[in-house]
Design a protein around this ligand. Structure first.
Ligand code: LLP
Length: 420
């Protein structure tokens, strides 16, 4: 098998030089690639009254959020921390929707006061809490009920959200009761539907099924005199993690399925893609620390670890891993690619074929722009990796490598003992 042809640049930036200047491990994102994804989706949605609400959890770096803001993209948030990031980055509150089963009263109050676009409400208790908070503050909360359509998204169990066994949303039967009791909601404007069935979805069929259920319910509600002004179809669009195999859904096909399912709907459509906008724009640059010949397997020990990118250890996720400098003279060799963290789960790939590696070689772990840095931790007291935005031959550091002092900044010796 010939060595893969590897671009040594990303968005016009020489990755070898970048790694030398900023060190590794390094999360690097192509601004051009993110913009291209946004524009592609926006143009696929042309003709629909639709807005994109980027799922901030995928990559919440302020510079990424600023890129979204500049492109007119709003946000789907799940915490007050994400709300503050968005406002800080210039995403207007009236383009922010708030999802999640565990919104606290403080979070709801803050979001209401900020004037967010809509709460995606996930339980009856949350609905009543929202009513109480809005009444106390003399304002009205716009809300959508998150429907759990009981559809199998055919993705990894840990990122599947639309089955009735999952904690998300409520059944259509329960939602029906909410609307029937709508008159009692003096301070909640319940006129939206929301659905999100899972993540890394590679087939249109689960979308068709879920949207058909939502569309039936929307028609039923309209007939019952409950106008629906907003339908949020969630996120979940899959991306290409295996260059040769994964066949992601084309934006145009996705838009067509939405348009068909909701034909005749006059209100606003919202989409909450996360991964689709940022995953393939990002790489994790890492250096080979050493080769270790085990009894049974050959280990390639790299300087990135599960704390920098959790997806392989958490979901057995596949990420392509390729050398930054392609050298066709090197024979293909089989490695288990592992990080320095003291867990067997700190494995990025097993029995992966790569051109023979040497200590000091640079590798890129591909498609790490989503759920990479945003899920990072300092496990094993490894500082958070640096992040860089790349744009047409230039780069900017958008997160400096975490200094040790910052990593321990909140900690202190047990000194001032108190009793409760
Ligand atoms: N909307 C809601 C309500 C969500 O919960 C999510 C993701 C999204 C939108 C965006 O989904 P996306 O378009 O990115 O698939 N850490 C996992 C993914 C967890 C997704 C959680 N919710 C991973 O690395 O695969």
């Amino acid at each position: 098998m010939p060595a893969p042809a590897v671009p040594a640049t990303l968005d016009g930036v020489d990755l070898t030089a970048l790694a030398a200047q900023l060190g590794t491990p390094l999360h690097a994102y192509s601004a051009s690639a993110i913009r291209a994804r946004i524009e592609g989706l926006q143009s696929a949605l042309h003709g629909l009254d639709a807005g994109i609400r980027y799922a901030v959890k995928a990559n919440s770096n302020l510079a990424v959020l600023q890129l979204m803001a500049a492109a007119g993209v709003g946000a789907d948030i799940v915490s007050s921390g994400e709300l503050r990031r968005c406002l800080h980055a210039g995403i207007p509150a009236d383009r922010i929707v708030f999802s999640g089963v565990g919104k606290t009263e403080d979070e709801m109050t803050g979001a209401l006061d900020a004037g967010i676009e809509r709460f995606n409400v996930e339980s009856h208790d949350e609905l009543l809490t929202l009513q109480r908070i809005a009444q106390a503050r003399g304002s009205v909360a716009r809300a959508a009920v998150r429907i759990n359509p009981d559809v199998d998204a055919q993705t990894h169990a840990k990122i599947s959200t639309g089955k009735s066994e999952n904690k998300f949303g409520v059944s259509i039967d329960e939602a029906r009761r909410w609307f029937a009791g709508r008159a009692r909601l003096s301070h909640v404007q319940l006129d939206g539907l929301h659905v999100h069935i899972g993540s890394q979805i590679l087939s249109l069929q689960p979308y068709r099924l879920a949207l058909a259920r939502v569309a039936d319910f929307w028609r039923e509600l309209e007939q019952a005199g409950h106008p629906i002004r907003s339908i949020d179809v969630g996120g979940g669009l899959g991306v290409r993690y295996r260059a040769e195999e994964d066949q992601p859904i084309a934006a145009a096909d996705y838009a067509a399925v939405i348009g068909e399912a909701l034909a005749g709907y006059q209100g606003r459509l919202l989409l909450e893609p996360g991964r689709y906008l940022v995953a393939e724009a990002g790489i994790l640059l890492t250096r080979v620390l050493r080769i270790k010949q085990g009894e049974e397997r050959q280990f390639l020990v790299i300087d990135a670890a599960m704390n920098d990118l959790q997806r392989p250890s958490l979901y057995d996720a596949w990420h392509d891993i390729v050398p930054v400098v392609a050298d066709p003279t090197r024979p293909m060799t089989r490695y288990d690619i592992v990080g320095p963290v003291c867990e067997t789960g700190d494995t990025f790939a097993r029995a992966r074929e790569l051109p023979e590696c040497r200590a000091g070689d640079l590798l890129m772990i591909m498609a790490t722009g989503a759920y990479g840095a945003s899920m990072a931790s300092t496990y094993n007291s490894r500082p958070l990796a640096a992040e860089a935005m790349l744009n047409q031959g230039r780069y900017a550091v958008i997160r400096r490598r975490q200094p040790f002092e910052e990593m321990i900044a909140g900690e202190q010796p047990a000194r001032n003992w108190q009793t409760t």
